[in-house]
Design a binder for this molecule. Structure first.
Ligand SMILES: Nc1ncnc2c1ncn2[C@@H]1O[C@H](COP(=O)(O)OP(=O)(O)O)[C@@H](O)[C@H]1O
Ligand SMILES: [Mg+2]
Length: 876
């Protein structure tokens, strides 16, 4: 199939040189290349995916596979290819690593029995892009794969308040959201959503701030020409009510916010997204759900630097997940539960009732370790129903997916039963101490689970039980393909593992009865022929070359009587064997073949019917899956609290922030694995201590203290217990962080300018309900300028923003500028400022160690000498 070029370096014909290729394949490829100029084209040819002409050179280089050549129309052209089994591996390289679009041209064989030939129809069924993955093996199961589009009604507006619309979808799960935003908040939204691909209006100038912001954060951008987007007839009638997505527990005590319509910029973003999907998913385009409008009113705003500097998803230094908050606290069991966990972490709530409803579930589970274990083992059997349902709605998926749906819906029912049983047991065990009210939140959740027994029974009745995993068996698939192609009239087909039970339909039943009868007839015919013609080596066969024939393995011994009978026409002989045409067998064999073909078609139809039923049930499947995700996340929070000794935080509407013996979960875990202890710290921010200046030498634990404080707020508002002995937290509306040059390892752009810009953004946006952490602000410049910047920032934060703030600095001079004197409150306007420090302490006879313990005061002495000693400098 693949021929090596004799001389790969010689001048080969390019696409344009080949005039009117007669071969259909060449013509098709040519057309597709012209039709999808922005894509790499892979064309299925038999058991290979192939690339031709100039693209073959590029693809062979990208994939590091052999570049070959082929003769078409007496001209040599480039080509390369790989077996279909390698597709996912190579797509990963092309789409994920190289961010290329790949147009998949598939091949549909059609057998024409009259002519005995096979023709092919080839067409591009999908274009794979980083943001439109469906079920590729390299799709990360634990994270959402979002495609985001930005609607800019006026592309030329560049002021911060300019309205822009966002729409984002995870094609693999069908989750679809929309939101109105501003240029100012765009980066924060993007950092939180974490899209794999961003779709933009191609008319936006490349120097536009939107594009600059996206590029700076290394987003992958795709442009869509507006001609293909219809002028905003929104996808929905304009007055259609929108479901508000709050990401709160499905059963929430809060009334749904009133119905809204899309804003023009949202409608535009939705149209961009829909058009892009249609252009790329092509034949796999699902019917899209109504996008949920993201409720911005009760989400904590987290700025883009904070998501990175708090290392929520990823560890800054090593890039990977190790050491990130997610990896430290993740105890979820299911893949979709993990996706919800990450969403909750990146988008904590500001609604006390929502947070408390999560927390009471966590508390409930926390108090019941055995229940936790039991439910976890049931959850472990659940499959990713959301993704499977979505796969079906995109025309993919197979019998094993049907089975997964069946098993999962059954497991849901089982889980609900389990909860009832456990409650009964607790009631029996606790007697009069039993409190039914404690079970309410879990029961409420369970009640929302839709009963899907009809679907699971239907699938169960339709499928053979032993069908499990058969689709993973490549030989079975191949066999099926052969039968479908109708090329190989191989006798292997009666052994095809039928997947649908005969009882599924009358037609199937009739066909199966007929097939068994014909196969019995075949057996009888064979044995009677063996007897009548005294030919024990006689078998009735079929082969691609000879068609239906009678075969003698020992011709010498068995052929005599057959040769005498005119009904047997010898068609092939070898030294030891002989094959005959025998009309009786040809008739019967054709009948068997025909019946099998009809069975295959009938099974396919039955599968399609079942697939449609699953798609009809998709909303219910999604809803139940979502309830399970919440169960998984709250259970995981309970396990986490038990493992790492977390407490339930108390949330208030005030501006409190009081945490006792608080820890940084990831740093603590890191120390623990080295057999070291984390030193917990207590922090109390109230009116006279809203803004705290933390001083101390290098490596004394300042940054850790700042980050752990932010993480505790974030965990609490995500609905988790927190790493502390006690925590009372006034709801944080916005979380900001400004990490100084030294710690800001994300960008190399440690310029003073950037620091100023980011700081001024915080000063513009922070409110009295916000939490701000400022780490070494002013480091990126001279001491004089740095001090001036730090002073101005503190002044603004204390007098205008009045946010709760932790400000770590190694400028001890700053405390004098703010009027610090030991034991006395600071004078106005800094009366809300208080001073804390962390020290190096003398442990014994001149040896020093970091204490990591924060105490009131200012770390005056620079400790340079002690730190040097600690670092191993010789004492003299
Ligand atoms: N509370 C603590 N208890 C134990 N070790 C700590 C604590 N805080 C910090 N550390 C250790 O000290 C190292 C430096 O802390 P860091 O917060 O970066 O210091 P700074 O910002 O003051 O230079 C951390 O990596 C951690 O190993
Ligand atoms: Mg630091």
């Amino acid at each position: 199939m693949l021929t090596c070029a004799d001389d790969p370096t010689d001048e080969l014909e390019t696409l344009e040189d080949i005039e009117q290729p007669k071969k259909t394949l060449a013509r098709e490829i040519r057309e597709n290349l012209a039709k999808f100029p922005h894509c790499l084209l892979l064309t299925r040819v038999g058991q290979f995916y192939e690339s031709y002409f100039d693209q073959a050179v590029e693809i062979s280089q990208l994939l590091n596979i052999k570049l070959a050549s082929r003769k078409w129309e007496n001209q040599r052209i480039h080509m390369c290819g790989f077996p279909i089994a390698q597709l996912d591996r190579y797509l990963k390289i092309l789409v994920e690593q190289n961010k290329r679009f790949v147009a998949m041209c598939e091949e549909f064989p059609r057998y024409q029995p009259q002519l005995g030939t096979r023709t092919f129809e080839r067409r591009v069924t999908r274009i794979i892009t980083p943001g439109t993955l469906i079920d590729e093996s390299f799709l990360n199961q634990y994270e959402n794969n979002y495609l985001l589009s930005i609607g800019t009604p006026n592309a030329l507006l560049t002021d911060n308040d300019a309205l822009i619309g966002l729409a984002w979808i995870d094609v693999s799960t069908g989750e679809f959201y929309t939101k109105s935003s501003t240029l100012e908040c765009l980066r924060d939204d993007i950092a939180r959503i974490g899209p794999r691909e961003v779709v933009l209006d191609s008319r936006i100038p490349r120097t536009h701030p939107i594009i600059e912001a996206l590029n700076e954060d290394k987003n992958f951008l795709s442009f869509i020409s507006c001609d293909s987007v219809l002028a905003p007839p929104p996808t929905l009638p304009p007055d259609a009510p929108l479901e508000q997505v709050t990401d709160e527990l499905v059963e929430s005590s809060e009334p749904a916010t009133s119905a809204t319509t899309y804003t023009p910029e949202e409608a535009l973003a939705i149209d961009f997204l829909t058009t892009f999907l249609k252009d790329h998913l092509l034949e796999h385009m699902p019917s899209l759900a109504t996008p949920n409008r993201e409720n911005v009113n009760n989400r904590m705003e987290i700025d883009s630097h904070t998501i990175k500097s708090l290392e929520i998803r990823e560890n800054i230094r090593e890039g990977g997940q190790k050491g990130s908050l997610l990896s430290t606290i993740k105890r979820t069991i299911t893949t979709s539960g993990t996706r919800l966990l990450l969403r909750w972490l990146c988008s904590p709530s500001t609604s006390i009732s929502e947070i408390n409803s999560r927390l009471s579930l966590v508390q409930f589970f926390h108090a019941r370790p055995f229940l936790r274990e039991d439910l976890a083992s049931v959850l472990g059997k659940i499959e990713d129903a959301t993704r499977i349902a979505q796969k079906f709605s995109m025309g993919r998926g197979d019998v094993s997916d049907l089975l997964a749906i069946k098993n999962t819906t059954k497991t849901w029912a089982l889980l609900r039963k389990q909860v009832e049983t456990e409650k009964a047991i607790e009631e029996r065990d606790r007697g009069e101490h039993f409190k039914a009210t404690e079970w309410e939140s879990l029961e409420k959740l369970m009640r929302r689970l839709a009963d899907m027994e009809d679907l699971s029974t239907r699938i169960e009745k339709a499928l053979h039980a032993e069908v499990v995993g058969s689709s993973q068996d490549p030989s079975a698939e191949e066999e099926e393909a052969m039968v479908e192609d109708g090329m190989a009239r191989s006798w292997r087909y009666p052994t095809t593992k039928w997947k649908i039970r005969p009882e599924y339909s009358q037609t199937l039943k009739t066909l199966h009865t007929r097939l068994s009868r014909l196969l019995r007839e075949k057996e009888q015919m064979e044995s009677s022929l063996q007897m009548i013609y005294d030919a024990p080596s006689l078998t009735m066969r079929s082969s691609p070359g000879l068609g239906l024939h009678v075969h003698l393995a020992k011709a010498k011994r068995d052929s005599r009587r057959l040769d005498d009978d005119a009904a047997f026409v010898s068609i092939q002989t070898s030294n030891t064997t002989v094959s005959y045409l025998y009309p009786e067998w040809s008739r019967l064999g054709a009948d068997i073949f025909d019946t099998s073909m009809r069975l295959v078609a009938e099974e396919k139809a039955a599968f399609e019917e079942l697939r449609r039923e699953v798609v009809l049930h998709a909303p219910m499947l999604r809803r139940n899956a979502r309830i399970m995700d919440e169960l998984d996340v709250t259970l995981s929070f309970a396990n986490l609290a038990a493992d790492m000794n977390f407490v339930r935080p108390i949330l208030t509407e005030g501006n409190d922030f009081e945490v006792h013996n608080a820890r940084h979960p990831s740093v603590e875990l890191g120390l623990m694995t080295n057999g070291r202890m984390f030193t917990p710290n207590t922090l109390d921010m109230r009116e006279n201590s809203q803004l705290q200046i933390i001083t101390g030498p290098n490596m004394a634990g300042k940054s850790t203290l700042l980050r752990q404080t932010a993480l505790i707020a974030l965990l609490a508002q995500a609905g988790s217990f927190v790493p502390a002995g006690y925590a009372r937290i006034g709801i944080v509306d916005k979380l900001f962080s400004r990490v100084g040059a030294k710690d800001d390892l994300f960008h190399d752009r440690s310029t003073f300018m950037v620091e100023m810009l980011e700081t001024s953004e915080i000063l513009r946006r922070a409110t009295p309900r916000s939490l701000v952490i400022m780490d070494e602000v002013g480091r990126g410049t001279t001491i004089k300028d740095g001090l001036a910047l730090a002073y101005a920032t503190i002044h603004h934060l204390a007098t205008v923003n009045q946010s709760r703030t932790l400000f770590a600095t190694h400028f001890t001079e700053l405390s004098d500028m703010l009027g610090y004197s030991e034991g006395n409150p600071s004078p106005a306007p800094f009366d809300s400022v208080s001073f804390f420090c962390t020290d190096v302490a003398e442990v014994e006879n001149g040896r020093f160690a970091y204490s990591y313990r924060v105490r009131p005061g200012v770390s005056k002495d620079s400790h340079g000498l002690k730190v040097a000693l600690l670092a191993g400098m010789p004492p003299h």
